[in-house]
Design a protein around this ligand. Structure first.
Ligand code: NDP
Ligand code: HSE
Length: 436
């Protein structure tokens, strides 16, 4: 007789409703593949009275979330509500009760993953989180299972759909930042607090999870140097395009030659002929460099209802398979047991060497280019290209764009600070790293 895995859903918004839809659409296929029936028993939400998709069985709704994690008729808790303060203790409680947990909550896993995974291990429960990183792309499975036999040296990618959507819309259609953000929210890509998408926080959560799996290292978001896309102006996108680059929200985790981890999230100029420059809208991509594999690229929808729900459901299937085999915890969710994670030193961002795009707004006066070149040179920053675009308004100011040769981040910052102190420099300078 087919056994049943009873599901308690925490959250029934974009992703939760997608999970219900896939459970309905793929019911027979799933049962035949898993040999375990998947059945939703309880659904916790904030507001029971809120209008919902017709697929949501309203009789299962409750605003008593504790009752979902405590219920004896729930075997696996599927947390798709988001946030830390409410979701965290609920997830912990579910694991302490020996219930398996599947979550799409990258913030929670990135910040408290070690603790939660130890609780899961202690109580013989599974805790999976494929949907937490890059939506529909099975990147965690690939790192955890396919590449377990290899040594990853670098991950580089676009892992936030909303910010990629915004920059793509600005670049392709000249859409305003705020309008593009509203479109991303309407499409269900953005976080409840979209500041996390824009300021790089969401990507930092994902990079921390990725780096932990890839390098077997204890990485938290605090280890990730993080810059948002909010400093990228339409004119930067246009200048970059003319120079042969696209601006993308980049995430990098890289082993340096000295054995440190270079961990960073920031907008970057990427040469047009690099695959990452051609990842648009809410599509995500991760380039993986590994010793035996060489280089590979995974790309696909990084946000949105069904791609994300598909990843959540694939984890539920893993739980169901383990449940059927009585084999919980066979594959550590982060590739190694938590106690075996290493403390690898993090590379200081100020010591990073890269090429840079710099944009200055300066008075259009004799000697201004010489001034910029002199200050940059004094800080050991060598100019590769430089051009000026004049403006004939009353103030007579001009935009100067400079591409540098490889320079140290610390020297770039010091040079910019000195340039900005000059009375003829009108606005904060803009600096964007060029990823080779
Ligand atoms: P939504 O805002 O669409 O849905 C959140 C759901 O959780 C709602 O049903 C809401 O209840 C419920 N909820 C939220 N907070 C509480 C609370 N304090 N108490 C009770 N119920 C609460 O979010 P999404 O579905 O978009 O995202 C869910 C999770 O999935 C987040 O962790 C997100 O980061 C992650 N994720 C989302 C992706 C996407 O593309 N949207 C992609 C990958 C991951 P109510 O319906 O009553 O308001
Ligand atoms: N807000 C997230 C994004 C959802 O835009 O990428 C997917 O994690």
């Amino acid at each position: 007789m087919t056994r049943t895995l009873r599901i308690g859903l925490l959250g029934c918004g974009v992703v939760g409703t997608g999970v219900l839809q896939l459970l309905r659409d793929h019911r027979e296929r799933l049962t035949s593949r898993v040999d375990v029936a998947l059945e939703v028993r309880r659904i916790g939400v904030r507001d029971i009275a809120r209008p919902r998709d017709a697929i949501v069985p309203t009789k299962l709704l409750t605003d008593d979330l504790t009752s979902v994690v405590e219920a004896d008729d729930v075997d696996v808790v599927v947390e798709v509500m988001g946030g830390l303060d409410v979701a965290g203790p609920l997830m912990r409680r579910a694991l302490e009760r020996g219930k398996h947990v599947v979550t799409a909550n990258k913030a929670l896993i990135a910040e408290y993953g070690s603790d939660l995974l130890e609780v899961a291990h202690a109580h013989g429960a599974d805790l999976y989180f494929e949907a937490a990183v890059a939506g529909g792309i099975p990147i965690l499975r690939v790192l955890r299972e396919s590449l377990v036999s290899d040594r990853v040296t670098r991950l580089r990618g676009v892992v936030n759909g909303t910010s990629n959507y915004i920059l793509s819309r600005m670049a392709q259609e000249g859409v305003d930042f705020e309008v593009a953000l509203r479109e991303a929210q309407a499409a269900g890509y953005a976080e409840a607090d979209p500041a996390l998408d824009i300021n790089g926080g969401d990507a930092a959560h994902k990079l921390a999870i990725l780096a932990t799996l890839a390098f077997g290292a204890r990485v938290t978001p605090a280890n990730v140097y993080t810059e948002g896309i909010d400093t990228v102006a339409a004119e930067d996108i246009a200048f970059a395009r003319n120079l042969g680059y696209a601006i993308k929200p980049l995430a990098v985790a890289r082993e340096t030659p000295s054995g440190q981890l270079d961990l960073r999230v920031h907008p970057a100029l990427i040469p047009r002929d690099n695959a990452l420059a051609n990842i648009h809208d809410a599509i995500n991509a991760v380039q993986i460099d590994a010793a035996a594999l060489g280089s590979g690229l995974l790309s696909g929808p990084g946000a949105g209802q069904l791609p994300t729900a598909m990843s959540v459901l694939s984890d539920i299937v893993d739980v169901a398979r383990n449940y059927a085999a009585g084999a919980h915890g066979r594959v550590p969710p982060r590739a190694v047991r938590e106690v075996r994670l290493a403390d690898i030193p993090v590379h200081d961002i100020l010591e990073l060497r890269a090429r840079y795009y710099l944009r200055f707004s300066v008075a259009d006066r004799p000697g201004v280019l010489g001034f910029l070149a002199t200050v940059l040179g004094a800080h050991d920053v060598s100019i590769e290209q430089m051009f000026q675009e004049g403006r004939s308004d009353e103030m007579r100011w001009a935009t100067v764009v400079i591409l540098t040769h490889r320079a140290r981040e610390r020297d770039i910052r010091d040079a910019i600070a000195e340039i900005e102190r000059d009375e003829y420099v009108y606005r904060p300078a803009h600096r964007i790293l060029i990823e080779e």
